[in-house]
Each structure stands twice: as structure tokens, then as C-alpha cells.
Design a protein around this ligand. Sequence first.
Ligand code: IPM
Ligand code: MG
Length: 362
Amino acid sequence: MTEKILVLPGDGIGPEVTRQACRVLEVAAARAGLGLELDMGAIGGASIDAHGEPLTDAVVAQARASRAVLLGAVGGPKWDAMPVTTRPEKGLLRIRKELGLFANLRPATVFPALAGASTLRPEVVDGIDLLVVRELTGGIYFGEPRGRALVDGRREARNTMVYDEVEIDRITRVAFDAARRRKRHLTHVHKANVLEVSQLWMEVVDEVAKDYDDVELVHQLVDSCAMLLVRDPARFDVLVTGNLFGDILSDEAAMITGSLGMLPSASLGEGGVGLYEPVHGSAPDIAGQDLANPLAAILSVAMMLEHTFERADVANDVRGAVTAALEAGHRTGDLVLDGEERETLGCRAMGDVVLAEFERSA
Ligand code: IPM
Ligand code: MG
């Protein structure tokens, strides 16, 4: 049986990192005995340039007909002046929404070889292994009303943060289930001292918690959570939160591990199609120069193998190959600290090294 994978490289460094990720996907699929067909599609600025919109209905249909989507990154200065309704990012938001991908899993772990790359002290970084479970299809990203108006001659803009109990319940269950497979600790991140929306989250999370009395639950205000993430990140296991807080905290969680270039993500929902993408953005400043770090994209392939194809064994082989590449001292530029003397690899060469390590683990 052939499984269709839709690859949406997007903009900036998206194409170069997904190219390396696809090479790894092909050999990993072969090891797993999966027959894959990789189709390419446009999203973001690439789609705006080709089709006049950040995501076409045809690509949405193609995604729906696929088992999984591998995405690079979207956005760049070329399209920065566009209104939010037509920008490249809208393509990403639309595909998440169209595929019903409400659960975004963003694991942040420290590869021991990279502990020195974090701006935090090694003893603080030691043992970080957390998972941000971010609600992805609701909240202020999608709430209505939204938009701009001229009121009494003044420019005004508004967005609406809205969640209903069903949306909160289902993401909370995803987070509790994940915690059960880990250290059985869940932190719910909120701003219930100010926001009614967060008060509803508190209520619903507490209700769901009754079904998970084997998991320890802590409610944490988002501002203090941001502080604790840099003070004592190892205390966290799973964090669950809404779309906006999750966006912010997942970048913070990524960075304490050393580089945004290392973090993969999986977006899952009811539809059965999973979307896998690196957490990092399109990094237009280094795009097209073979400088990008492909490891987050490659680790996103590992998440695909684990979640869509339920092949945790081969997923771990991919992670093992990444670990081995790092232990052998290979680094892309983003993984080198200022002032550190070290040779760096380009995007493609890092892909080569990971592939070689993968083959070696056969
Ligand atoms: C992310 C990104 C996106 C988001 C942007 C590009 C729309 O920052 O995936 O975290 O805010 O969700
Ligand atoms: Mg983000």
C-alpha cells in the first residue's frame, strides 16, 4: 500500500530543510516497510507568488487526501507589508483549521551534546524534557469579531479571544493522555486573574482532571510560567494552554534547549491527517545559502513516524541518528555559541551526516 505524504516546503529556509527531511523520510520509510509517495505543494509566500493566495483549495484537497503533511516554514520580508488576511501566515493558519488540527505537540528536550549551546547554565538545562500541548485552531488567532475600523477618526483594531468548553475539553484530554505516557505531571497555563476565557479553562481542566487522578495537575499563571521556564525548566513535564500563550511559551521552551533549530512539532486532530513542521520560522536572512539547521525538520519526520505511522521504533532510529551526529561534534551555525571556535556544516551536509548515522544504525 502506498501512503501519500504532502510536502509543503513554503518560504525562506523551508525548502532546504524539508529537502533534507524528505531524504531522511525516504530511508526511514524503507526501513519501516512503508511505501510512500511524496507530492509537493505550495503554501505561504510561494503560493502567493504562484497562485495569488497563501493556500489554494487544490492544496487543501490534496492535504485531505494524504496521510500526513510535512511543512517547512512560511513568511518573509517580501510579503511583510500585506494585510494579515492575505499574508503567507494565513496559509498556515488555514491548513491547520481546514484539517481540524487542534492539538499541537511541541516537545522540548536537551540533547546532551548541546547543553552548552543554551544561554542558560548547564546545570539549569540538565534534564529538560517537556512537552508543550498548544491548542491550535481556536482562541485569539481565529476569534470573531476581528479587524480594523476608523472610530471617531481614530484607527482601532480588535481581536477576540474565545474558547468553548468542547475545545478546551479535547485539548486537555490530549495533554493528560500525553502526561500519562510521561512523568504524569501536567501544568495548565492561564491568565485567570484577568481573563474570563482562562477562568473557563480552569473549570474545564479541573473537570477533565477527575478522569485522570493518576496525573498531578498544577494551574500556573502564564507570566510566572514564563519566568519559571528560565529559572527551573526541569520542573515541567507537560504544559497545556491556548493558542497564543502556546505560541509564545513554545519559542521560549525551544530556546532554553539551545536552539530553535532543533524543535519539531506535530499537529493532530480528528481528521486523521497529521501535520509535521519545525517550530522555527522561515529565517529569510539565511535562506538559500545552505546555512539552515535541518534537524528540527528531520525530527518532525520522526514525529510523523511515531504519530501517523505508529512506528516509534524507526522514529527512535531517526532521533538516534540526530543524537549521534551531534555527539560526533557536527554543528550547523545556529548551534555554535558566540566566540566558540568550531567548524560548521551546511544544511545539506548535516543531512548527509544524519543519513549516514541512520544507515549505520541498521
Ligand atoms: C508557529 C508560528 C505561527 C503561529 C505563525 C507563523 C503564524 O509562529 O507555528 O508558532 O503563530 O502559530
Ligand atoms: Mg510561533
